[in-house]
Design a binder for this molecule. Structure first.
Ligand code: URA
Length: 239
């Protein structure tokens, strides 16, 4: 609950004196009833009008989620009830209109931006945005510098040509026949990272997104945990 005069100055772009004047003249309504007392406490669900026009009080919120495996990047659960959606993790926030920006596969973990700012979401996911996304992948097989070259050359698939991607081999384990690598892509085609590794003969067994553009996953967040972005991080998203 917040005072009506405070809301008028925040969302109606009024000075406190202007708000007082509007209230006195009966130009302000709350749920279609004229209100003259600026100290009235108003909830988020109350509709505030200035000269008969409802003011938009949507506050945009921006969260980084460390997506846990087993959740789908959607606002709805799987129709057969086999998996919950990532927005269900935000139930206690009671914020309308939250959605995940882009998609991670059900078994992929890591950085997922969640917001109610449709315009920003649209901008960040548009193919022309070309935002770099970095993943750490664990794969079956031993990666070699040749594979890094293949990633760097771009790859042709049945349905699309993947732009050059950067592959940094972090470790190879000959005994276990596995490798860990960091890979950066600038697009987000369906199963892109997994398909690129398959092209060099390696199956991804674990995939975690660690950054998107200038936004880095906060390593203090355990899978399933989230936090609000700082002003600085929001600013960097908008750059
Ligand atoms: N590439 C994939 O294959 N899966 C993801 O979840 C993200 C990128």
């Amino acid at each position: 609950m917040e005072r009506l005069d405070k809301i008028l100055s925040n969302f109606g772009n009024m000075t406190r004196t202007q708000a007082k004047e509007y209230l006195k003249k009966g130009r302000i309504t709350v749920n279609n009833l004229i209100v003259k007392d600026g100290s009235l406490k108003v909830s988020d669900d109350d509709e505030i009008g200035i000269d008969g026009k409802t003011i938009n009080r949507t506050r945009f919120r921006y969260f980084m989620l460390n997506k846990p495996s087993g959740y789908i990047s959607s606002t709805e659960d799987e129709p057969d009830g086999s998996a919950r959606n990532v927005i269900s993790l935000f139930e206690c926030e009671k914020i309308k209109g939250l959605f995940p920006v882009g998609r991670l596969d059900k078994d992929t973990t890591g950085l997922l931006l969640v917001t109610n700012d449709g315009e920003l979401g649209h901008r960040l996911t548009s193919p022309s945005a070309g935002i770099d996304k970095t993943y750490v992948a664990t794969v079956k097989g031993i990666l070699s510098p040749k594979d890094a070259e293949a990633f760097n050359a771009g790859m042709e698939f049945k349905d699309f040509i993947a732009k050059p991607a950067k592959l940094d081999i972090i470790e190879t384990n000959e005994k276990e026949g596995s490798s860990v690598a960091r890979v950066t892509i600038s697009e987000g085609k369906f199963h892109q990272v997994k398909r690129m590794f398959l092209k060099v003969g390696c199956e991804v067994t674990a995939l975690k997104r660690i950054s998107e553009g200038k936004l880095m996953l906060d390593e203090n967040l355990k899978p399933g945990e989230y936090r609000e972005l700082s002003q600085d991080e929001i600013g960097r998203l908008m750059e």
